[in-house]
Design a protein. Structure first.
Length: 122
């Protein structure tokens, strides 16, 4: 059973300042990550790598599809989960570090990534 699985994920954005232009950024995205496996999202700028990560973390909502995350003995569909369930998954399982580290001035990325572990041990 995968630790993370995306199936038929789609996400689009409406450009309100461009007359409501709709950009379908992601379509038919799917992959699975087994426990202990490491994957890399790669591709040119603007292809949707950061959008995929924001969908997994629950910052963006999917237009369609599913994002299954194994959370203990249960599987949570982040794409359709209520906000409190997403928060629970974040507290116990997921972390996200923005590519724009300037949002936390003069704090090394290692400290940002380690913060949940340090908080848990105190």
């Amino acid at each position: 059973m995968p630790a993370l699985e995306l199936t038929e994920v789609a996400k689009g954005f409406t450009m309100h300042l461009q007359g409501g232009l709709r950009l379908n950024v992601l379509r038919h995205v799917g992959f699975a990550v087994e426990p202990g496996q490491c994957i890399v999202l790669t591709g040119p700028s603007g292809i949707g790598k950061s959008s995929i990560l924001k969908l997994i973390f629950g910052n963006y909502r999917c237009d369609s599809g599913h994002i299954f995350i194994r959370h203990g003995k249960h599987t949570v569909d982040i794409a359709n989960a209520p906000p409190r369930q997403i928060l629970s998954v974040r507290q116990h399982l997921l972390g996200y570090v923005t590519q724009f580290l300037r949002s936390v001035p003069r704090v090394p990325a290692l400290d940002i990534v380690a913060e949940p572990l340090v908080m848990e041990s105190t």
